[in-house]
Design a protein around this ligand. Structure first.
Ligand SMILES: [Zn+2]
Length: 548
């Protein structure tokens, strides 16, 4: 068999070799004259890292878990092997000190009481909660107040609180922000989600007002994901940066069904209340209901690490400035006791973690004028904690950081004709991204309203908040091969998102992932070689931090 096949294989490779080499030689000469060459992101290392990082051996790369520690060691060792320079003195690590908080519902007596009767609800299935202030025990006999969306936004002429004192109360509120109306189609970004619609904002606002706690009413539509995502997140250990602004005594979610039960037991109509909350004349409503009992939680301190490695720039002056590529290495780790307990997070975000390693290998072969940092951040799933810590204690001055290009959940389906650069339009990165796309025969994906507030939900937002032009490069949707089948695959993934079933499949076509990471590297290279660092578009509130 082998003897028969060998000659034809050689003949084939010879036939292929000649035209490829001659074409390559000609274009290489041309490329040298225009700009230096960006090395190719290879599929083999990308696939190898992805398969390993998402394997059960890495136990879902959980924060505060063995799999997370192993991931940090792996990234550190790979950075060393690639010859990247440590970004933190002689270390690749940046300490991220966090508090781990896990509710202990079976040791707690806390319940929702309306009309002298406790609601028959179950932790996980009907509601989830945890202390936002990292304290192990809280007693409640506390009034509930419905505050609509819980938003106070002077520039939208909107205030759900109307000056009412909510100190020491539990605030029941809706997810998302006020929906556009016929008269006012543009309020709160139209159909797009603004930062006011994020639960992080709502928790922060409640703390500013001295509230005792927050219970968010979940609906699939307003959250843009199902209750199972809330349940998985809510029953797992939760984390917050140590020493950072703390949350209130209790923070949690109730299912829509629980909300209906609560409001009707308190003699109120949830739907009527919701309708009232869509109007700017809404006023908070005290419910004939209380949160009662003791809420207990287990608290521990966890040391996590960002991993940061640098490819130094080649220009004597520009090398003092940096382009940062980031991807979060963590996922949900090991959870529960029965069934599949490992949340592998193959797409989210072993793909981005592996992508950065493959890109770093290529960047080493052909550095840019500016330096390039490869930054794997910790604890994204816990609320962008690693990137928030980095922005607060940057390893490279932020005013010398040209851009942050983030990768989270890459294309595992196949090559596309387009690439998504949503959020790039806020800065000059948008125009550069368009040029790079064109050079790769890619079109920019048609812009869609940001319904789920994607711009505020990934690590680039920590950089944007600190004034660094930043966005996440998203996979395209216009698949070249079998577009219908590809769409089905994308749809099926939405059911595996944040579930134990987000697992690697060796049959995945990674050409789209190679394309997406190559685009990101080419874009970073364009920024890295440009005469000037990109600026924010005039008037963007996020650009203020940069102007200072
Ligand atoms: Zn992610």
């Amino acid at each position: 068999m082998k003897n028969i096949l060998l000659p034809s294989a050689i003949a084939l490779s010879l036939a292929l070799a000649f035209p490829i080499h001659s074409a390559h030689a000609a274009s290489a000469t041309k490329a040298r004259a225009v700009a230096s060459h960006v090395a190719k992101v290879e599929e083999a290392p990308l696939r190898a890292h992805l398969a390993l990082l998402s394997s059960d051996s890495f136990e879902g790369r959980g924060t505060g878990q063995r799999g997370g520690d192993l991931t940090v060691q792996y990234l550190e060792s790979q950075s060393m092997a690639l010859g990247l320079k440590p970004a933190n003195g002689n270390s690749y690590r940046q300490l991220v000190k966090i508090a781990g908080v896990k509710a202990l519902p079976e040791q707690s007596s806390v319940q929702l009481v309306a009309g002298d009767k406790a609601l028959a609800i179950e932790f996980g299935k009907d509601w989830v909660w945890a202390p936002g202030d990292a304290k192990p025990e809280h007693q409640f006999d506390t009034e509930l107040v419905f505050v609509g969306y819980g938003i106070s936004a002077p520039e939208e002429k909107w205030d759900d609180y109307k000056g009412q004192d909510v100190k020491g109360k539990i605030l029941v509120m809706m997810v998302n922000d006020p929906q556009p109306t016929a008269e006012d189609s543009k309020r709160f970004g139209g159909k797009a989600l603004t930062y006011y619609g994020r639960w992080t904002y709502k928790y922060e606002e409640a703390v500013r007002r001295g509230a005792a706690g927050v219970l968010l009413i979940h609906t699939d539509a307003s959250a843009s994901y199902g209750w199972s995502v809330v349940q998985n997140g809510g029953t797992a250990e939760k984390f917050q940066l140590q020493g950072a602004a703390l949350g209130s005594s209790i923070q949690g979610w109730i299912s829509n069904q629980t909300a209906q039960q609560l409001f009707s037991s308190a003699g109120q109509d949830l739907e009527k209340m919701r309708a009232a909350a869509e109007r700017s004349d809404f006023k908070p409503v005290t419910l004939a209901a209380k949160l009662k009992g003791t809420a207990k939680a287990n608290i521990r301190t966890v040391d996590q690490y960002n991993v940061a490695a640098v490819v130094p720039g080649t220009d004597p002056k520009l090398k003092d400035e940096v382009v940062i590529y980031s991807a979060h290495w963590d996922h949900l780790g090991k959870q529960g006791t029965s069934g599949d307990t490992i949340y592998n997070g193959a797409v989210d975000n072993a793909s981005g973690t592996a992508g950065l390693l493959a890109m770093a290998k290529a960047a080493m072969q052909s550095p840019a004028k500016r330096s390039q940092m490869f930054l794997w951040v910790a604890a994204e799933e816990q609320g962008l904690l690693g990137s928030a810590l980095y922005a607060a204690q940057p390893l490279w001055p932020l005013d010398k950081t040209a851009a942050n290009l983030n990768l989270d959940s890459l294309n595992f389906i196949g090559e596309t004709r387009d690439i998504s650069t949503r959020g790039s339009e806020r800065t000059e990165l948008g125009a550069i991204a368009e040029k790079v796309a064109k050079s790769m025969q890619l079109s920019i994906s048609p812009s869609e309203p940001d319904l789920a507030g994607g711009y505020f939900r990934s690590d680039h937002f920590s950089f944007a908040k600190a004034g660094v032009p930043a966005f996440s490069i998203g996979g395209g949707k216009d698949y070249i091969k079998d577009p219908e089948g590809a769409k089905e695959k994308a749809k099926a993934y939405s059911k595996r998102y944040h579930q134990a079933a987000d697992e690697y499949d060796p049959s995945w076509d990674l050409s789209g992932m190679v394309q997406q990471t190559q685009f990101t590297l080419n874009l970073g290279r364009a920024v890295g070689d440009a005469a000037k660092m990109p600026a924010w578009k005039a008037g963007d509130p996020l650009g203020k931090a940069r102007a200072k």
